[in-house]
Design a protein around this ligand. Structure first.
Ligand code: HPA
Length: 279
């Protein structure tokens, strides 16, 4: 299993390097609503996922997939436009393959973004929440199986998945940019169905502020591989039972689109600050 993971990963890394000559510092995964973020960067190269043999290709409308390589404020970025979700039927090792690949291309820092349902009563559709911690109980751990020792240790520590120093920079930049930024705990569920109101009440009792169908397993694999991580959720809707009416994917995309300009400003400022202060 570990050997299979490494064989596939090494083949993907080789395929990317044959097509793109670029060493990224920061990996950025673009969630719903941030699909146009790549307009912000000086693009050096693009690589559609289907040009990487073995790479998992997303099937969700609005999640068309490619890597975009380029610079922003002097920082060398690899952006994922479109991610792979567990609910699409991929194995967890495929779901986290892109993160491992970006690490192997050189990225030491991972910036995760997503759209999420809000549980915290302070949140409204369009609110932004920086991840301070996560709950992974409801999805299989992406590190199950024989450990690929080349990537990381068998029992990786998860006491600071979301880097305090990155969080401090992001929060400071949010204030400077006048972008309201909440903080909280994100829980990943498999989806694709949204939660029931009883499930949301149960999650509230566990201390969850936002819920979604991605991100946590990517963060676990990245931490395993020694990356420094930060993440921001766009609260695209109040979670089930917390507002009148049904949840639908269109509403989620519309709220994410509305928040996109603020989200974009915060990302730009944060990544530039990482470049000046950390990288
Ligand atoms: N639940 C799960 N995932 C989501 C939601 C939600 O309410 N909104 C956006 N992604």
């Amino acid at each position: 299993m570990a050997d299979e993971i490494m064989t596939k990963l090494n083949a993907c890394v080789r395929a990317v390097k044959e097509q793109v000559d670029f060493t990224p510092q920061v990996a950025l995964i673009l969630g719903s609503g941030l699909g146009d973020y790549a307009d912000q960067i000086e693009v050096a190269a693009e690589l559609p996922y289907d040009r990487i043999p073995g790479f998992p290709v997303s099937t969700v409308p609005g999640h068309s997939g490619k890597f975009i390589f380029g610079t922003l404020g002097g920082v060398k970025l690899v952006c994922m436009k479109g991610r792979v979700h567990y609910y699409e039927g991929y194995s967890m090792s495929d779901v986290v393959l892109p993160v491992r690949l970006m690490k192997m291309l050189g990225a030491q820092t991972l910036f995760l973004t997503n759209a999420a349902g809000g549980l915290n009563p302070d949140f409204k559709p369009g609110s932004l929440m920086m991840l301070r911690d996560h709950i992974s109980f409801f999805v299989p751990n992406p590190l199950l199986g024989k450990n690929p020792e080349e990537l990381g240790t068998r029992f990786p520590d998860m006491s600071e998945v979301y880097s305090k120093r990155l969080c401090e920079i992001i929060q400071r930049e949010a204030k400077a940019e006048n972008v309201p930024l909440f903080e909280g705990v994100y829980a990943q569920l498999t989806g694709p169905s949204y939660e029931s109101p009883a499930e949301i009440r149960a999650l509230k009792g566990l201390g969850v502020d936002a819920v979604g169908m991605s991100t946590v397993v990517e963060a676990i694999a990245a931490r395993h591989a020694g990356m420094e991580i930060c993440g921001i959720s766009c609260i695209s809707n109040l979670a089930a039972g917390l507002s009148a009416g049904e949840l639908n994917h269109k509403e989620v995309q519309e709220a994410a689109d509305e928040a996109a300009p603020r989200f974009t400003r915060l990302l730009n400022a944060s990544i530039k600050a990482f470049g000046q202060e950390i990288l």
